[in-house]
Structures are given as structure tokens and as C-alpha cells.
Design a protein. Structure first.
Lengths: 565, 171, 279
């Protein structure tokens, strides 16, 4: 559904999603808009179904244009086929060439005129009613949602919106047949509706985070939006910092004080935070940094998705600086992976970069309720040494994790330091001290048992699709389609990017003859990472390209079929 | 901030003895800091000189064991303790002779402090005690003067370092 | 903790560690360290409830020389680390310390916003108007015509020196003072008052660099140790700064702004947060 500023497409789409949730459907709702802060063109991209949805589809079945202002800008993001229907207002003028060329059937719905006939009626509500009727979506939940959102504010707005929805639904009868959505299945699990960014915020709090300092940046701002209101409720603190340098270092300070801390940013901010992350790493003061990836380099395309911050996240720190990097692979997984990231950071006293991305972060999904898992960050407590002895903050323990006191604890005073240090924290330039601490810091990461959370692994086959992040949904759907075509593939979506898990990966790739790597990066950063860090049984085929266009299941499916021949 | 010396703060002999002890203790502490600084700067001769001075002040402080009550909240000296060496007055290449020369100046200041008190205090008890302490300081001054005659006088170019500053320690 | 015998009161020396400073003999920072530890002791604080946070530079080495909870962080970010710590742990006494390059050049933006934010901590800048650890480059507070180092351009930088007190006042710091390392007792009193004063307290301490700025040994004679009179009136403080030559010491300004941050109150269980997303 698209239209220019003021047309209310986002409001209509959000109401549609609320109604879908109410009625028991699953859905995925992404958005695309121009660079204007107000006004400008906008498109609400909704996929609806009766089974869980974790990916965009190859094409849209219905494109509903309230007007055509600037909408040609989205042509590449709105793929249509000859099976699609374009519904537009005849008063809006000619259909842009790109949509005509798609071969889609074009029908007219006089949304403006129909709206005018109803006092207070609006074209977006006409559109909503029409779409619902076309796909066989029940009208009752729609009017119920209208009631919830409008009744309290203005009863007349509610009346006119309901009338407009009904008018649209009646008018849809003349628009011909469209693929029906089908009846929702009975809910055996509770459903949630949430965006990835809110999920990230929730996961952080579930993991024990009680401090966040951050600087606004697209597309990470909603993480802060959530935490700024939720953290104070659970006794936490939110600070809007003056920049990303302050953000990450405030978090490190808070963490030193004993509070699990998080900051959230996107590529440009991550670049600024890198030195601080190095301090967190060297001083063993845990901090979680969420990077909601967008198109880079530099300012890039701030509102669109790309998976091209992998290199900086894994390799961006100067010095030999192993640290944690995790990546959620669905909207719901933003909750779990962030929570797990907090848990790992606290347990291993390490920075943890959570590599989310715009497609996960800013899309709203109707999903099965996520499990409430038991990962809550906890540090290894310190015990004061005997009187006269100096506390060893960086003690060379067997698993590399040293006891970490909380300021206020008597007898354990130490100075945290980014300078190389001895076991007591005293600065040193000795080779033996450096080697000892390097090994200790590496050992604590490599000796930890990450369980089966290191990757999402689904299916069996002699082809493995290795992917990560928001590409996972498309890859999952492609694997399912290929299986229906007789080509069996196994999906491996890495959640733990760093440290690597060579033994587990070896297990997962046992019997695999061909590998396809799917990622959203021009340089193929993920492919390079896999080939550089893992001994793969075969040279992988690569399906990688940059944002802003999302990876769609069809192209992966096609590649799997050709690999399966 | 500190003010001009306030001799009125010393009201009794006990006050004065407590103050005298604090002076010696602080002085010892400062010399010990200097000794450490010179050790770190690898100037061990001068480090040893400051350690010797610190130990001397320790002995001076120990002269007042039983009398060490709490000193008055307001110290009678103004901007600085007369017997505390000025940390800015040192140089990393200075010789032991310089350390004792520095100590001499401060012992003389302390002597002057007690001498003034011995004549100007409004309390007879304080005047009498200050006179005794001035006499004692005179002994310290003589001792330091004696040590100065025993130590080699530094050459004129004692401060010359042909190398530039280190940046080894740079963070 | 049973092995630890915690006394009720602590002396200045209890706040010092056994780590030997790397500072040059004669460096003003020794006296500042003494002033800080004396202030802690005079306030009746305990080492384990006190924290000293720094950035990078000669003076930023100071946390390791204390027996408090120290954090020697990265260049320019001490105030960020310190504010984070204080907001997370309002019960601790947090002192942030560093040099003029760390605080006013690479960390200048944090200085401005820390003044504005007014978190209840004390920030001490040991100002020697030079980069010591990297061999004598001009710093933000260096005189514009200073060129006595091989690292300074001939004729000086030509750049106007940063005026920390004026900038602190303009940016909203709640307590502003200048001390001098050559007056450790007076400086200790100022630091103690700065710690007691609510909100962001800024203390610039003139601390000579005897290695790269030998002429600063003369500060002993040029510093006017009690020249500034405190005021609660920011406009009056500003007028006094108009004629300030950088050699006047004392407390300039005591403001009455309310410290940043709210009391932490738990009003929800974590599981209550699910409701927002549950259908």
C-alpha cells in the first residue's frame, strides 16, 4: 500500500496488522519511505498468512496505490508479476511505466470519491476495506481495531472510518478475483506483535540490562525508544548521550559499577564506538553494543538494510582483540539473541556486538510468543584477599574468567585499565605479562560452552545453505520450496559469529557436499569470513549482493535447484 | 584556600606539640614520595638521600610519642607547611647535595616558625614550648649543614641531559 | 570479606596504592595526588566506596596510584566513563581526573555536555598547558605564542587558549574553582568542597610540567592563591572571569542546580513488560 505524505498508508497498514493479529493470522510488515521527515512518499509492505512468516515474498499479490506521488521511486522494492493486481484511484493519473510493464492486472477504485461520499471519510480506510474484502479477510476484527484506536479520541472519526471500510469492502466486488488468504489456524501458542528493535530492547532487559546510554541513529532509534521508557520501570537508567563515544564509554562506566549495560547504534556510530569496545575488551568490563545494520559505507542509505558491518564487528578492533559477536536471525530472535548476548558478555566479561539489521529491526511481525529463557547475566563474584595481599582483578584462572568485584566491596579495589596489565591490574610492558593476558582473554571465549545456540540448524541434505541475519527467513523459505522440488538442503544460520565454533560447524557440515552462502553484502563479507575462519568441506557458492533490496526466496530457490541438478 | 599564618590557633603546649609532630610526619611522607620518584627516575643516589631525610623526619616525629593528641583543626601555618619540601623544586638529575640543600631551607623555615611563635604567641605556655622546639630545630639545621659539607658539591652542568625526553611510557 | 578488617576512618595514606608513579620528579601531579587523598580522608570517605576515573596522559595515570576503585580508560573519555559509573551507582563518590589535552581537546565535547548534564561528580583537570606524554606539543590551554618545544610551530600555534573556567560557567557547571599544585592543602580544601557540592563540580588545578614547561616553576611565585571570591551569581562570576589572567586561585562559583538523574524506582517486574506485545 503506497501513497504520499498525509495519505495515511502507515496508519492503515498498522491497523490492518492489528486486525490480522486479532483474527489469528501471521504477518510481516516492513516499510519504505522517502527521505522527507514529513510528507513524501511512503509504502507499507505487508505479507499476510496463516503460517509463521519470516521472509518477504518474491512478489506482491496486491499493490494498492492511494496516489502515485513519487511511488516510482519504490519500483525495485515493489516487485509485481502478471499474477499481481494493481489497485489505483483513476483520479490519481496514469500508472507509472514500471508497474504497467510488470504485466500486473490494473483495476480502478475511486477511493477519493468514495471517501468524499462519507462525512469525515478517508481514502486509506476505503483502501483497507477493499483489500480486506478482496483477500477474504474478516471485516469484524478491522472494525474492532478501529474502535480501539479511535473511539476514545473521537466517536465521529470511528463512525466515519467504519463506514469507509464498509464502503471499500462493497466496492471491492467489482475488482475481480484475487488470491485469498485462507482461514487462520487455531492458535496453539500465544501470539505477539513486535518489531525487531523493540525485541532487542526487551531481550536486553530480560538478560539483566539496567543501563543504556545511546545516541539517536537510524535505524536503531527504536531500540532506544523502547529502552528509554521500559528501563526506568525496572529500576534502570537511560541516558541520551552527546555522541556515540560518550554512549559506549558511559556504558563501560556503568558496567564497571556493576550494572549490565547496553548501547545501540548503526554503522557510523559503531565506527565511533570501536575504541571504546577495545577498552571494554582489554579492561574486561562487559558491554553490549547493538548494531542495527544499514547500507554503508559512510552515511550510505540510512533507512535500508545491508549486512556489511560484519568486517568491522569482527575485525574492527586494533590489536589482538577477540570478543563476542552474535546475530539474531528473525524478529523474535532479536529478543533471544540480545538476551543471550547480555548473558555471554556478563559471564565472559567481554564486549558483545549484536549485529541486527534494518530489515529485522524496523519490521513488525506477528509471531509466536517467544519462550522466556533463563539466561540472565551474572558475573563471577570476587572475594577479598587476605589482609596485606593485593586483589588480582586479572587473575590467570583456568577458564580465563577472573573474579570481578563491584565497587563498594571492601578489599577488592583495583584499577581497570586499557593499558596492558599484570594480574593485579598494574600497567606493564613485559612480553610475558602481555602473552599471559592475551591467552587468558582468548581462552575465556574459546573454552566457553555455547551449547546449540551457536546456530539455527534446520533440515538435512547434501547441500548446506549457510546464512545469517535477515537473509535467514528468505533462505528458510527457499529451502522449503527446494525440498518440495526434490532438492534437499540444510539451513545453517549462524547466531554466534565470534568466537568461531569449528567443532560444531564440522558436525553440522558432515555429509554436506555443496555449500551455498547467502548474504547481503557486495564484497561478500560473510563468505570471506567463513572461508577465512572455517575449514569448509567444499568451496562455497556465493549468493551475495548489497542492499537496499532484500534477498528474496525465489532467487535462492533457483540457485538451489541448479546446485541440486 | 589557605590563609596567612594564624598563630592564634595554637593555644596550649599540647597543641603545639601535636602540630610539631604533624609537621615532621608530613615532611617524612613527602621525602618518601620524593625517594620513590627518584627511584622511578633511576637517580638512586638522590633517592637514597631523600630516604635518609625521610628516616630523619621519622625519628624527629618519634620524639613526640605520648603527647601526640589530635592537632588543632586549623593549622597555624598559612599557605604551606614550613617543613614540607616543595615538590616543584626538584629536578630528575639533581644530586644528593641538592636534596640536603632543599631540606636545609625547610628546616630553616621550621626554625623561623617556632622562633616567631616563641616571641609572639599570646600564651606564655606556648612561648616556652616554642622556644624549646626552636632549639630542637636548630639542631636539625646544624645536622643538615653538616651533611652538606660531607657531600660532593655538584658540577656546574649537573642538569645537562644529552638525550631528549623518553616517550617509552606514552599511553 | 571476612578477612578484611575495615577501619571506621581512613587517613590520606590509606587512599594511596603501592604503585610507584611514572611522573617526573618535580611534577605538580604528585601534590595533586596528595591533595585528592587528603580530601577523601578529610571527608571521611572509604577507599572502597570511592572511585577515580581518568583518560589518557601523564595525569591520567592517577587512578592506579590510589587505593580506590580506579578506571584508567581511553583518551578523552574519562567524563563519559565517570558519568556512566555515577548514574549506575549514585552511592559511590566519583572523581574524574585528567589533563588539559585529555579534557579540553579530544574530550572537549564531553566536557561541555558534562557541565550541562550536571551529574553529581567532581572533575579535576591537572592543567600544565602541554602534552607531556608525547613530548611537549602545545595543548588547548597553551599560550598562543609558545614555541619553546621542537613540537610547537615557530611563533606558536596562534590559537587562542581555551579558558576552562569560562567555558565551564557558560556550559552550566554547578561548581567552578581553580587550585594550584604548589598549595596542596588549599587545593585539598577546594577538592573536598567540590566533592561535597551537589552536581557537576569542576576544579582546574594548575600543575606545572617541569620537563617541557620549565618556566612553570615560576608559578610558585605568580599564582595568587586566594584571589578568587566565590559567588552564587553566574553573571558576577562571568564578570570576574573577564579580567582573569589564569593565575587566580580559589572557588569562583557555587551554583544551585539540581543534579541530573532520578532515583531508581522499580515499578514493574521484567515479565510485566511482555504485556505490551502479547495479543
Amino acid at each position: 500500500m503506497c501513497g504520499s505524505g498525509g495519505a495515511g498508508v502507515m496508519t492503515a497498514a498498522n491497523m490492518f496488522l492489528d486486525a490480522a493479529a486479532e483474527a489469528g493470522f501471521y504477518a510481516l510488515f516492513g516499510r519504505s519511505s522517502g527521505p522527507q521527515i514529513r510528507g513524501g512518499e511512503a509504502a507499507a509492505l505487508v505479507r499476510l498468512g496463516v503460517d509463521p512468516i519470516t521472509s518477504v515474498d518474491d512478489t506482491f499479490d496486491i499493490m494498492l496505490a492511494i496516489d502515485w506521488q513519487g511511488v516510482q521511486r519504490f519500483a525495485a522494492e515493489l516487485p509485481l508479476s502478471k499474477n499481481s493486481v494493481v489497485i489505483c484511484d483513476p483520479a490519481a493519473g496514469d500508472v507509472p511505466e514500471a508497474y504497467v510493464n510488470s504485466g500486473a492486472r490494473i483495476v480502478h477504485l475511486p477511493m477519493k470519491d468514495l471517501a468524499k461520499a462519507i462525512p469525515g471519510g478517508r481514502p486509506n480506510m476505503i483502501a483497507l476495506g477493499a483489500v480486506a474484502a478482496l483477500i477474504g479477510f474478516p471485516i469484524a476484527p478491522l472494525t474492532e481495531v478501529l474502535g480501539k484506536s479511535l473511539k476514545k479520541k473521537r466517536a465521529d472519526a470511528y463512525e466515519s472510518s467504519v463506514a469507509a471500510v464498509k464502503s471499500g469492502a462493497e466496492a471491492a466486488a467489482s475488482l475481480g478475483d484475487v488470491k485469498k488468504v485462507g482461514a487462520p489456524k487455531a492458535k496453539d501458542v500465544k501470539r505477539w506483535t513486535i518489531t525487531g528493535n523493540y525485541g532487542t530492547g526487551l531481550g536486553a532487559i530480560r538478560g539483566g540490562v539496567r543501563f543504556c546510554a545511546a545516541y539517536p541513529i537510524t535505524p536503531a532509534t527504536e531500540v532506544l525508544e523502547y529502552l528509554s521508557s521500559a528501563l526506568p520501570k525496572v529500576g534502570g537508567v537511560f541516558v541520551q548521550a552527546e555522541d556515540e563515544l560518550a554512549s559506549v564509554n558511559m556504558c563501560i562506566g556503568a558496567s564497571y559499577g556493576g550494572e549490565a549495560s547496553i548501547t545501540s547504534t548503526a554503522g557510523p556510530g559503531l565506527s565511533l564506538m570501536i575504541e571504546g569496545i577495545g577498552l571494554s575488551m582489554a579492561s574486561e568490563t562487559p558491554v553490549v553494543v547493538v548494531d542495527v545494520q544499514r547500507v554503508g559505507p559512510s552515511t550510505g542509505i540510512a533507512t535500508k538494510c545491508e549486512q556489511s558491518d560484519l568486517n568491522i564487528a569482527v575485525y574492527g578492533l586494533h590489536g589482538d582483540a577477540p570478543h563476542l559477536v552474535v546475530a539474531p536471525n528473525s524478529i523474535g530472535d532479536c529478543i533471544f539473541t540480545t538476551q543471550w548476548g547480555v548473558y555471554l558478555a556478563e559471564a565472559l566479561q567481554s564486549p558483545c556486538i549484536v549485529l541486527s539489521d534494518q530489515a529485522l529491526g524496523q519490521s513488525r511481525g506477528i509471531i509466536d510468543a517467544p519462550a522466556d529463557v533463563a539466561f540472565v547475566g551474572k558475573r563471577l563474584a570476587a572475594v577479598a584477599p587476605a589482609e596485606g595481599e593485593v586483589f588480582k582483578r586479572y587473575a590467570n584462572t583456568a577458564n580465563g574468567v577472573s573474579p570481578m568485584p563491584v565497587p563498594g566491596q571492601a578489599g577488592c579495589q583495583y584499577t581497570a585499565d586499557g593499558l596492558e596489565h599484570t594480574e593485579t591490574g598494574t600497567p606493564t610492558s613485559q612480553a610475558s605479562d602481555h602473552t599471559l593476558q592475551l591467552e587468558k582473554r582468548q581462552r575465556k571465549l574459546t573454552s566457553h560452552d555455547y551449547g546449540n545456540h551457536w546456530a539455527t540448524i534446520e533440515g538435512e541434505g547434501d547441500i548446506a545453505v549457510i546464512t545469517w541475519g535477515s537473509c535467514t527467513g528468505a533462505a528458510r523459505e527457499a529451502v522449503a520450496r527446494a525440498r518440495a522440488d526434490g532438492v534437499n538442503a540444510k539451513l545453517i544460520a549462524l547466531r554466534l559469529i565470534s568466537p568461531i565454533q569449528p567443532v560444531q560447524m564440522g558436525e553440522a557440515l558432515k555429509g554436506v557436499k555443496k555449500i551455498l552462502v547467502v548474504e547481503q553484502s557486495h564484497l561478500g563479507q560473510f563468505t570471506r569470513y567463513l572461508r577465512g575462519e572455517y575449514d569448509l568441506p567444499a568451496k562455497p557458492e556465493q549468493l551475495s549482493r548489497p542492499g537496499p533490496l532484500p534477498m528474496r526466496p525465489g532467487e535462492i530457490h533457483a540457485r538451489l535447484l541448479s546446485m541440486g541438478k | 584556600m589557605s590563609k596567612e599564618p594564624d598563630f592564634g590557633a595554637v593555644r596550649s603546649s599540647a597543641d603545639l606539640l601535636a602540630i610539631a609532630r604533624v609537621m615532621e610526619e608530613r615532611s617524612a611522607e613527602r621525602y618518601r614520595e620524593m625517594a620513590v620518584a627518584f627511584e622511578v627516575a633511576c637517580n638512586l643516589d638522590t633517592a637514597n638521600a631523600f630516604r635518609e631525610l625521610a628516616e630523619g623526619e621519622d625519628r624527629h616525629a618519634a620524639d613526640f610519642p605520648a603527647l601526640a593528641g589530635q592537632p588543632p583543626r586549623v593549622m597555624p601555618w598559612g599557605e604551606e607547611d614550613p617543613e614540607i619540601a616543595d615538590p616543584d623544586a626538584v629536578h630528575y638529575l639533581m644530586h644528593p647535595w641538592h636534596a640536603f640543600d632543599l631540606a636545609l631551607r625547610h628546616e630553616e623555615k621550621a626554625l623561623a616558625f617556632f622562633s616567631v611563635l616563641a616571641t609572639q604567641s599570646s600564651h606564655a605556655e606556648v612561648r616556652a614550648e616554642a622556644a624549646r622546639l626552636a632549639e630542637r630545630e636548630r639542631g636539625h639545621v646544624d645536622h643538615v649543614k653538616q651533611r652538606l659539607t660531607e657531600l660532593p658539591v655538584p658540577p656546574r652542568d649537573w642538569y645537562v641531559d644529552e638525550d631528549g625526553p623518553n616517550w617509552e611510557a606514552g599511553d | 570479606m571476612t578477612s578484611c578488617n575495615i577501619p571506621n576512618t581512613y587517613a590520606a595514606k590509606d587512599f594511596k596504592s603501592d604503585v610507584k608513579p611514572v611522573w617526573c620528579p618535580g611534577c605538580g601531579d604528585y601534590a595533586v595526588l596528595s591533595s585528592i587523598t587528603k580530601a577523601f580522608a578529610d571527608l571521611g570517605l572509604a577507599p572502597h566506596q570511592t572511585s577515580v576515573v581518568s583518560g589518557i596522559g601523564c595525569s591520567s595515570r592517577i587512578p592506579a596510584y590510589t587505593n580506590t576503585y580506579g578506571f584508567h580508560s581511553i583518551h578523552g573519555r574519562a567524563l563519559a566513563v565517570g558519568q556512566g559509573l555515577k548514574l549506575a551507582r549514585p552511592d559511590l563518590t566519583v572523581l574524574v581526573a585528567g589533563g588539559d589535552g585529555d579534557g579540553f581537546s579530544i574530550g572537549g565535547n564531553h566536557f561541555l555536555h558534562a557541565c550541562r548534564r550536571n551529574v553529581d561528580l567532581t572533575y579535576i583537570v591537572m592543567d600544565n598547558r602541554v602534552y607531556g606524554m608525547t613530548k611537549g606539543q602545545p595543548s588547548p590551554t597553551t599560550e598562543s605564542d609558545w614555541d619553546a618545544s621542537a613540537m610547537a610551530p615557530p611563533g606558536g600555534t596562534g590559537m587562542t587558549p581555551f579558558h576552562p573556567l569560562a567555558i565551564a560557567l557558560a556550559a552550566g557547571a554547578n561548581f567552578i574553582a581553580r587550585g594550584f599544585s604548589g598549595d596542596p592543602n588549599g587545593t585539598a580544601e577546594i577538592i573536598a568542597e567540590a566533592i561535597r557540592h551537589p552536581g557537576f563540580s569542576f576544579v582546574a588545578i594548575m600543575s606545572p610540567c617541569v620537563t617541557f614547561r620549565e618556566e612553570q616553576r615560576e608559578w610558585k611565585d605568580t599564582m595568587r592563591k586566594t584571589a578568587i571570591e566565590a559567588t552564587k551569581d553566574a553573571a558576577q562570576a562571568a564578570r570576574r572571569l573577564m579580567t582573569d589572567d589564569g593565575f587566580n586561585c580559589g572557588v569562583l562559583y557555587r551554583g544551585n542546580r539540581v543534579s541530573y538523574g532520578k532515583d531508581k524506582v522499580v515499578s514493574s517486574k521484567v515479565s510485566d513488560l511482555d504485556a505490551e506485545f502479547t495479543l
